[in-house]
Ligand binder design. Structure first.
Ligand code: PEP
Length: 266
């Protein structure tokens, strides 16, 4: 279902009216985690000013350590919905448990499946049946074939509104959190008709790498990028070191203005 063999044209997925696909480079930005109404609104306004058309923000956070901030749960979803009301930005938010899919889908415009759940087949089937577009991150240990098969689980439930997200894979390298697999973008786009975006924040894990990796993503033809921003990263409860701040966002907006037309994307 997700293969390009029977579907030669590349697809565009619409999230609350916002297109992600071959004709554009969509910027999705926002806080890694929803912490407070004020922090979320400030991050959303920063994101919007930089050209973001979709807001990201985690209410359910899948953390490596059980002692790390796990997210605000439904309270976080309510904050996101309020911020959508205020900014007009549709929301992308992660769901980590099949039992929560209905709840998260009742607030979200797009459901995110994270790298740690990329082969949680019960969750993939549940999001496939939820009637909302899905962003499927690549498992950090998954081959491109396994990633596409994970997408197939969602598609099998009747949902073809799937966006693939390359977010770095585990390699021997320790200088970055994960290694951004830039080849995965054109490879996945040749094998599948689904849009492919890149997460330069979670792959590098470092603020100073977000812009270079964004340039790389656009250069290889990514259909969008998803980026962490935070009004005060030093106080962030989750992944502060990778969040962009106000000054960086101007530069990001410049990259997104200049690079896509240069490289043949609208
Ligand atoms: C995220 O985008 O909030 C996230 C946790 O990303 P990943 O699943 O890629 O680590």
């Amino acid at each position: 279902l997700v293969s390009r063999d029977n579907h030669p044209d590349r697809s565009t997925v619409r999230v609350g009216g916002v297109p992600i696909g071959p004709a554009t480079v969509t910027l999705i930005a926002g806080p890694c985690a929803v912490e407070t109404p004020q922090q979320t609104l400030e991050a959303a306004l920063m994101a919007k000013a930089a050209g973001a058309t979709l807001l990201r923000g985690g209410a359910f956070k899948p953390r490596t350590s059980p002692y790390a901030f796990q997210g605000l749960g439904e309270e976080g979803l309510r904050i996101l919905a309020d911020v959508r009301e205020e900014t007009g930005l549709p929301i992308v938010t992660e769901v980590v448990d099949a039992q929560d899919v209905e709840l998260v889908a009742s607030y979200a415009d797009m459901l995110q499946v994270g790298t740690r759940n990329a082969q949680n087949f019960a969750l993939l089937q549940a999001v496939g049946a939820a009637g909302k577009p899905v962003m499927l991150k690549r498992g950090m240990n998954a081959t491109i074939e396994e990633w596409l098969m994970a997408a197939e689980y969602i598609a099998q439930r009747g949902n073809l509104d799937i966006v693939l997200c390359e977010r770095g894979i585990r390699t021997f390298e320790t200088a970055t959190r994960n290694t951004l697999d830039v080849s995965a973008v054109p490879v996945a786009q040749r094998l599948s008709h689904l849009p492919v975006i890149v997460d330069p924040s979670h792959s590098g894990g470092r603020r100073d790498l977000v812009l270079p990796l964004t340039r790389a993503a656009i250069a290889v033809g990514a259909d969008g990028v998803i980026i962490d921003v935070h009004p005060q990263p030093e106080l962030a409860l989750c992944d502060g070191p990778q969040a962009l701040v106000d000054g960086d966002l101007e530069e990001l907006a410049g990259v997104l203005r200049e690079l896509p037309p240069l490289l043949g994307k609208a």
